[in-house]
Design a protein around this ligand. Sequence first.
Ligand SMILES: NC(=O)c1ccc[n+]([C@@H]2O[C@H](COP(=O)([O-])OP(=O)(O)OC[C@H]3O[C@@H](n4cnc5c(N)ncnc54)[C@H](O)[C@@H]3O)[C@@H](O)[C@H]2O)c1
Ligand SMILES: [Zn+2]
Length: 383
Amino acid sequence: MIESGTDSMRINLERKVDESYDIVFGRDLFPRIAKDLKESPLASRYVIIADSNVFKTHSQSLLRALRSEELKVDDIFFNAGENSKTMQTCSKIMDDMARLGCGRDTAILALGGGVTGDMAGFIAAIFNRGIPYVQIPTTVLAQADSSVGGKTAVDTQYGKNLVGAFKQPERVYIDVDTLKTLPDREYRSGLAETIKHGVIQDADFFEYLYEFVDEIINKKSPESSLKIAVNNCRIKGRVVEMDPHEKGRRRILNYGHTIGHAIEKLSLRAFETGESPDYLRHGEVVAIGMTVAAKIAELLNLLSVNAVMDQEKLLRDFGLPVKIPGEFSNEEIIASTKADKKAAKGKARYVLPAAIGAMHDFGGTYATEVDNEVVDQALKETR
Ligand SMILES: NC(=O)c1ccc[n+]([C@@H]2O[C@H](COP(=O)([O-])OP(=O)(O)OC[C@H]3O[C@@H](n4cnc5c(N)ncnc54)[C@H](O)[C@@H]3O)[C@@H](O)[C@H]2O)c1
Ligand SMILES: [Zn+2]
């Protein structure tokens, strides 16, 4: 007879996993993707997930490339836009996959911007308890940011990215030719995270952006797109390798995101309720958020005025907003920061620069609470 509570058993599940993957950079990569999948298959069938815009511009040619290698492939699309990044859309896509007969031996090809990457990656994490996926990012933002780090998520009515998982892709293909069809506003918006990477980690890259604004913005040359993509992945990759689970240093990637997410949420809500005809893009709110964070750092004597001005000039030159939209009050924005999932005990934390290319470490936490009065002042000075 076993006395209650005296017996225990350990289920030993310690494991070491290697989740490393390759990022391939180049032009006209769809045939290469198909060839790679033919030569080293990830599954017995594939499903392309894209939003309604990318479905029109790129899905068919990826589908054709895979079929010409005699791979079994289907495609599914959802309505474009951040407000599609929800559990409901995921459920619908997973039902479609089930209806098509997709099971465990399916791999997802996430073709599109950050919304598609986040959602398709999340589906890959949970469909049949996890299936492989490949990222094929088609926006500057997704090529800059969502291809490294393995974060996948959907939004809920209580906040952005509140439900998600870490799920690393098997491979990432960054085809800069896909950017040709990207609307100008999305192109510029994506460059905000690029500028962020310069500010948080790499003054030389920041300098390059400063010097080649025209080449990047007006000419949109494939060479500069490639250089940008490679540098973005290198910078983000290095930060993520040092801190894969965001215990400390990786927080620097959240630079500009405390205020950015707060405004993004307000802007999306205004769009959903019909108060506003459009919503601010992720990169746009990050640009505003970086401007406010730099101002906070300046007010706390943690950053020079020159650095604040250099950052603002570059953001402006790239056609990004650097002012708080008039329709949102400081009170609303501050309240919205506290609902962010990164707010510890209901207090928002800020990641602050020390100079162009370096962040404050705040004793290894890389983030700090800031008094409401200082945030309020910084917001006032950013109007
Ligand atoms: N996982 C991460 O680490 C990470 C990092 C940063 C941002 N994100 C997320 O990424 C999302 C924003 O990503 P985004 O800015 O790429 O938005 P998005 O995916 O909505 O794409 C922007 C717009 O561009 C269109 N589009 C995309 N590629 C196109 C192309 N090549 N040609 C024509 N149109 C194209 C889309 O249909 C959409 O209308 C946010 O939800 C954000 O939270 C995730
Ligand atoms: Zn971001």
